[in-house]
Design a protein around this ligand. Structure first.
Ligand SMILES: [Zn+2]
Ligand SMILES: [Zn+2]
Length: 394
């Protein structure tokens, strides 16, 4: 038996080092991916204006001029923002683990709380927020003032509010983490996910514009006898066009998936958790409810921070720094549906599910055993706490 135990420990250690190695590669390859992304979108822009736009009839050019202006503005603007705006971190305490990030606090806050005079500020362009401004940037103090406890991250020893996850590439906790993206060399989280989704949307429009308007030029690029009055070499344009088609298919699919999750009030990580919990609850004869699902329309309005209490819809058309609707430490939750006469109360008998859902949900007043067959998730992330959580902050 000791042999079995020590060999399984060895296997676990091997897996861990492979995992750490993969994280290191993802981190180290980040700048390469970002450089490549800039090269591709700049090549696409040059290819479009040099090869495609110059052969368009004048009336079509005038008709499409808003697109010719907005697409490059947003494509480059949103990519610039998504690579510069940090996703948001619950604490600077965790920075000790990552010395190269230790000096970046000032730059980070410059992006998180933009000056009204900044060129990226919506207020500067007369597109200010309609509702109350976001208050309480010191989320930890806010939560403590409400008499609530905050979890501690086992890996970086910092506070870990609800919806926060630890990124093993960034080596710190990220507020409302969605995923780590090598294409932006950062995590996608609370503060930059809006830019991430909007960048995908504008990239899709850009690729479709190139695909539809550049079709004729694409065939001409193969005909070496035809005149080619452009600065861009034929072969470069052929490559740009093929890439635009491929990206124009892949990115809209990814974007739709993200928008679907956003409209469900969940992040990529929570989507996995909710799927799992939903199946588990169904097997118990219960209906699982995502606590952050406020209804499709409100989920989308909250995500983009637009609507009656947010910024005007027009902010979607420009690369502006729009702060998130929440400070990342607490989020509005849906109410539990009223008791149904027809639905019999089913007791949970799966101890895991019961521990993960019912006890803590009941503690927060969101569900109870006589709630009519509904269960609601809580802030306990499943994905990065497999080895046990880090307890609570003092
Ligand atoms: Zn952490
Ligand atoms: Zn990350």
């Amino acid at each position: 038996m000791p042999l079995l135990r020590s060999s399984s420990a060895l296997v676990i250690r091997c897996f861990k080092s492979v995992e750490n190695c993969a994280d290191w590669i993802t981190g180290a390859a980040g700048p390469v991916f970002v450089t490549l992304a800039w090269l591709l979108i700049v090549a696409g822009g040059i290819g479009f204006f040099d090869v495609i736009a110059r052969q368009l009839p004048i009336f079509l050019s005038i008709l499409l001029s808003p697109i010719f202006f907005l697409v490059p503005l947003n494509l480059y603007g949103q990519y610039y923002l998504v690579t510069h705006v940090p996703p948001g971190f619950p604490s600077s305490r965790a920075m000790g683990l990552s010395p190269h990030r230790a000096l970046s606090t000032d730059t980070e806050s410059r992006w998180l709380v933009p000056k009204p005079s900044s060129i990226f500020s919506a207020e500067r362009w007369g597109l200010g927020k309609r509702g109350m401004p976001l208050s309480g940037m010191d989320g930890y103090a806010d939560i403590r003032a409400q008499g609530k406890r905050v979890r501690r991250c086992r890996k970086c020893d910092g506070p870990k509010p609800e919806r926060t996850h630890h990124c093993s590439v960034c080596k710190r906790c990220v507020l409302m983490m969605d995923h780590h993206c090598p294409w932006i060399n950062a995590c996608v989280g609370l503060h930059n996910q809006r830019h991430f989704v909007l960048f995908m949307a504008w990239l899709s429009i850009a690729c479709w514009t190139v695909g539809m308007l550049g079709f004729k030029r694409f065939w001409e690029s193969f005909d070496y006898h035809s005149p080619w009055p452009c600065y861009t070499p034929r072969i470069v344009f052929t490559l740009v066009y093929v890439l635009a088609l491929a990206i124009g298919i892949a990115v809209p699919v990814l974007m739709s998936w993200h928008l679907y999750m956003v409209s469900n009030g969940e992040t990529s990580i929570e989507s996995h958790d909710n799927d799992y919990l939903g199946r588990k609850a169904k097997a118990e004869g219960l209906i699982y409810l995502n606590p952050y699902d406020l209804g499709r329309r409100r989920n989308l309005e909250t995500f983009f921070n637009i609507g009656p209490n947010g910024y005007p819809m027009t902010t979607l058309l420009f690369p502006l720094l729009i702060p998130p609707a929440s400070n990342g430490w607490s989020f509005p939750r849906r109410p539990l549906p009223s008791l149904s006469q027809h639905r019999p109360t089913v007791d949970l008998h799966s101890p895991e599910l019961s521990a993960g859902l019912m006890s803590s949900s009941a503690e927060h007043g969101h569900a109870s055993h006589n709630a009519g067959g509904y269960v609601m998730g809580d802030e306990d992330g499943l994905t990065d706490d497999e080895e046990g959580g880090g307890g609570w902050m003092d």
